[in-house]
Structure formats: C-alpha cells, structure tokens
Ligand binder design. Structure first.
Ligand SMILES: Nc1ncnc2c1ncn2[C@@H]1O[C@H](COP(=O)(O)OP(=O)(O)O)[C@@H](O)[C@H]1O
Ligand SMILES: [Mg+2]
Length: 593
C-alpha cells in the first residue's frame, strides 16, 4: 500500500508554489531580490576564471602588459570582494525570507488544525499532525532557505560556465566537457537512489517518533503489565531498520565523491593534454587553459551539492504537498459557511434554551452501524433531562451532535428554537457548558484553566465559583487560584480535575449545562454535596445530566433510557420504575451494589 508518506513526489514546483501562494505572497519581493543576488553572484563565479586567464596572458606577454596586469589584479580583487559581499547578502536575504515563510506557515497550519471539524481528528492521529507542524514545516523551511538557493546557484553556475567555455573556445570546451554528460547522468542516478534511501530513513524516523510518543505516554501501563521487554524488542526492530536505511544512504554518498572526482580528473587531464598541446602549437593562449581549469572546478564542485540537495528538495516537496493539503482542507467555519449560507448570530437567553431531537439517526464516518437510531425527544427550556444507558449506548454521541462536532445522518436537532444548522458553531458552543468524563487541563495556573485566558473575571468571582464547585478546599492550601497545573492536569486526581471542569462551566455560566458522567471519579459524599451545590443552578438552567449513579438524577424532569442507540424508555424516575423495563433493571442492580 502506498500512503502519502511513501510517495516520492507527485507534484511540480509550480503547482506547489501556486498552492502555497497565500503564505508566500508577502515575501515575493524579498524572494525575487534573493534570486537576483544569486544570479549576480553566479556571474562573479563565471567572471573570475576569465580574469585569471587574462592575467596569466598579460604576465606572459612581458613589459608591454604591465599596466594591463595591474588593472587585471585590481579587477580580480574587486570581483572577489563583490563575490563575497553578494554571497553574504544573498544568504542573508534568502534565510530571512525562508524563516519568515516558515514562521507564517507554522502559525497558519496550527490555526487551521485547531479549527478542523472533529471528524478530522478521527482520521488524523495526533502524531501525524504533530509531524506536519514540526517536521514538515522544518523540511519546507530547508526548501526555501538551503535547497532553492543552492540549487539555483549551482544550476546558474553550471549553465553560465558551459556557455562561457563554448563562447571562449568551442573546440576546447567540447573536448573538455566530454565526460560531463556522464556526470549529469550520475547526478540523476545517485539522486534517485539516495532519494529512495532518504525516504526510507524518514519513514523509519517517523516510526521511531510515534513509537516513543505512544510508549513514553503509556509507560506506567507498560510497567504495570510488565511488558518492558516486549516493548523494548519492538523498539529495537524499528531502530535497526532505521540504521539499515541510513547505511544505504551513506553507501550512495560514499560513491558520489569518488565518481565525481574521477570525472573531474578525466576532464582536467583532457584539458591539460589537449590544451597544453594547443598552447605549444600556438592555437590557444595559456591564459585560456588556465581559465578553463577554473571552469572545470566550477562544474564539478556543484554536482556533489546537487545530489545532496536533490534529497532535501524531494522531501521538501513531499512536505510542501502535505502542508498544502492541510491548508486546503476546509475548516469548520468554512464547512459551516457552505452549509448555512452564513446566518446572523443569535444569542439566546437561558429561558429559551430548549432542545428538540426530531428522529435523529447518526453513523460515525468510520463505522458501518448506526450509533443513534431515530431518536426523538423534546426538552422545554429550564428543564432537567437525564440520560441513562449502558456503556456505548450512544449517550455521549448525543452530546457530540448537539455540539455540532458531527452532523446527524438523518433527522434534525433544534436548540433554542433554531435548527442546529442555522447556528454558528462557535456561538452555539458558547451556549453549552459541558463537563466531561475525561478532562483535559492545560498547563498553567488554576486561574487560567478556569477563565481559559479570557479577561474580565475577578478573583472573588472565580473563588466563589470554586467554592460552589467544591474545588476551593482542594486548592486553598496549594496556592489557590495561582496553583500550578501540570500539562494534562497530572498533579490533580481524576476527581479533582472534574471539580476544576465543573468550576469552569460555572464561571462561564452557560444557558445549557451538560454533565457527561461528570461525577464518575468523585466519591459519593462529594458527589452528593456537589449535586446539591449546583442544584440551584440546574433548576434555573436547561440541563442534561448523563449519570452513572441513579441517585443523582432522581430530581430530573425527564429521563431518557438509551439502548444500543435506540430511545428505549422515557419518563420520570417514578414512572420508569413502575414500568418495570430496562430502567427498573438498572435501578435494581445499582441499589444492590
Ligand atoms: N469517534 C468515534 N468513531 C467511531 N465510533 C465511535 C466514536 N465514538 C464513539 N463511537 C462508538 O459509538 C457508540 C456510542 O458511543 P458513545 O456515545 O461514546 O457511548 P456512551 O453511551 O458510553 O457515551 C459506541 O459503540 C462507540 O464505540
Ligand atoms: Mg460516554
């Protein structure tokens, strides 16, 4: 199977430039200046051997040439100085431009990735997206800094040199360059072989990265299962195959040098034998032969560069294509704009936060079976809905649809009197506060985690919400609002993280509250206190409580019982109990445990 990671190159430079144009456009002028400087500095490379040749001729011609000789020496020094200046400025301009483009692309890519619709993340694992933002951008940056300038410079020098040689003496040029086609052919051959090896290295490296990422993250699990040895063995396999690929690439490079050196030698030898003879016969001047010697060096030096840069160039092209793919993938807003034709942005009051599901069915793009099957219900604003059901029965899926992370396959959802597809997603989500079972906390302070970096919440307000969420006693003596939160919130217990998440939605005070097994990791006593504390809040808000303990939902106005995506039962706590169906069974199991 050929994946996009394995493809060598399926696009052209022109095509890629067109696709990345929006990011490149601001740098167009700088880039043109860079190319112009490259052009000029390749010109000095062509000029120098001519000057040297003329100098030799002037020196050979004795007394009459003295003034000319001085002039030529001055010219030589000037051009050498010019060359140094041009090369430095060119490298500087190209680097600065390249860094600028890289920075812009990296920010752009992150912004795009952050705004992708949720199903996108189902298709693209974190490791891959990370590689895009880090590695691919890095290799793209090489394209804009090293590769393009070196390639362009080399190609200009080679072309200019050949033209100059033929212009000066086409016969000698033809003879000297007899071995050059072989050099061109070997660039292609070695370039191709090393590109294959290089691609392998990159693939293996990506494997090593993702292996480490996964396994270091799961180290506690691995140690608990005593699976260190097996993990180590699999890791070693990946490392060895990386080593093999690296060796293959080294072999290719080991051959490039001798081959180009030999060809260089052959060209020199031809030049010295034939040129020397022609000098003796008086057909050409010795200066011309000296100039040609300089040109031969000009020709073969860049060939090694070319083989090396060919690799970077190819892999940069692959990276460029992947980056372009992400940039062209529609973000949520773009998808949404396509679907709703850009509606105005209503902001609804808590009193109108009603929810209607009309015969909603849903299938995850990656699955064949339906996760929700023709689910219909209606919650008036201010009511409390509870959803119960076995693990995997579709409870969280219902919430994901409500948040428009996915679109229903069939049916319609109405929130606040407005069909969901008429809502701006960003606006919609601002109305819905969700406390999840799994909680992600960001590295920073508790304050930052509560306010999500938004200004305008006073410390007293934040503290009062913490107290309401039973969080204050947890953080009070550990630094309060300034308490440090590790990446992922690892310095908090699962239950404490849920409390922080609770406090967060209290801070934002949304018209609709969703608690998706929000208290699953706190003990019964704390859960009870928490539910009592927020009861007052729930009673003035529309709320959906997905509960794993039935005790927390006794007060709810309506209970839905989901069974394999079906809405199996619906009613109040007492009416469901008296029905004697699934809910009754749940209840009995729970009251026994
Ligand atoms: N991102 C996903 N891709 C494919 N299938 C999923 C995804 N998320 C959940 N599912 C499947 O959908 C079904 C319902 O899941 P979910 O709503 O999370 O269950 P729960 O009732 O426990 O909250 C399960 O069978 C689950 O395996
Ligand atoms: Mg769930």
């Amino acid at each position: 199977m050929i994946t996009s990671d394995e493809k060598l190159m399926s696009t052209s430079v022109v095509d890629i430039t067109r696709r990345l144009w929006p990011a490149l456009k601001p740098y167009r002028n700088k880039f043109l200046v860079g190319v112009l400087l490259i052009f000029l500095s390749s010109g000095t490379e062509i000029l120098l051997p001519i000057i040297v040749g003329e100098t030799v001729d002037a020196a050979m011609s004795g007394g009459h040439g003295r003034q000319l000789l001085i002039l030529l020496c001055v010219a030589f020094l000037t051009v050498t100085l010019l060359k140094a200046i041009l090369e430095t400025t060119q490298a500087y301009v190209i680097q600065v431009t390249g860094q600028g483009i890289t920075h812009d692309l990296r920010s752009l890519l992150f912004t795009r990735i952050a705004h992708m619709p949720v199903p996108y993340y189902d298709r693209n694992p974190t490791g891959r997206l990370l590689t895009r933002v880090v590695n691919d951008i890095k290799s793209l940056s090489e394209l804009f800094t090293a590769s393009i300038s070196v390639l362009a410079l080399d190609i200009m020098i080679i072309t200019g040199t050949i033209v100059a040689m033929f212009w000066m003496n086409w016969r000698l040029a033809g003879l000297t360059l007899l071995s050059f086609p072989i050099a061109i052919f070997s660039i292609r051959y070695f370039g191709f072989r090393s590109a294959i090896a290089y691609r392998k290295i990159r693939l293996r490296l990506a494997e090593i990265n993702s292996f480490l990422g996964e396994n270091i993250g799961a180290i506690a699990t691995i140690q608990r299962l005593s699976a260190e040895k097996e993990r180590y063995d699999s890791f070693e396999k990946v490392v060895i195959s990386h080593q093999e690929a690296s060796l293959e690439s080294l072999k290719v490079f080991a051959l490039v040098q001798p081959v180009t050196n030999t060809l260089n030698g052959v060209a020199m030898m031809t030049l010295i034998i034939v040129g020397g003879r022609w000098v003796i016969e008086g057909r050409v001047s010795i200066g011309l032969v000296v100039a040609f010697l300089g040109y031969v060096r000009n020709l073969f030096q860049p060939i090694r560069d070319l083989v090396e840069k060919y690799n970077t160039f190819l892999s940069a092209m692959v990276s460029a294509e992947r980056v372009a793919n992400i940039l062209e993938e529609p973000t949520e807003d773009e998808l949404f704009a396509k679907m709703s034709n850009g509606s105005e942005k209503p902001v609804i009051a808590p009193q109108t936060a009603s929810i209607v599901f009309e015969s909603v069915s849903f299938k995850y793009p990656s699955r064949d079976s339906l996760a929700l099957k023709k689910v219909s219900f209606d919650i008036p604003a201010g009511h409390q809905l509870a959803i119960v059901g076995a693990t995997g029965s579709g409870k969280s899926t219902l919430i994901r649809l409500l948040l428009r992370f996915y679109e229903p396959t069939e049916g319609r959802i109405v929130f606040g009197g407005r069909a969901l597809d008429q809502w701006d997603r960003y606006d919609l989500r601002k109305h819905i506060g969700v406390v999840h079972q799994e909680i992600y906390l960001f590295q920073g302070s508790v304050r930052e985690n509560l306010s999500l970096g938004r200004e305008g919440f006073s410390d007293e307000y934040l503290r009062s919400q913490c107290e309401r969420a039973q969080l204050w006693s947890v953080i009070q003596h550990r630094g309060g609002l300034d308490m440090n939160v590790n990446e992922g919130g690892t310095n908090f217990s699962l239950g404490e993280r849920q409390l922080i998440s609770f406090a967060r939605i209290l801070v934002f005070d949304t018209p609709l509250l969703v608690l998706d097994e929000a208290t699953s990791s706190v003990d019964r006593r704390l859960e009870k206190r928490l539910m009592e504390a927020i009861h007052e809040l729930l009673s003035t808000r529309t709320s959906i409580v997905i509960a794993h303990r039935l005790s927390t939902i006794q007060e709810c106005d309506e209970i839905l019982v989901l069974d394999h995506g079906h809405l199996a039962e619906q009613g109040t706590y007492d009416s469901l109990l008296s029905q004697g169906g699934i809910f009754k069974k749940f209840h009995d199991i729970h009251s026994r445990s």
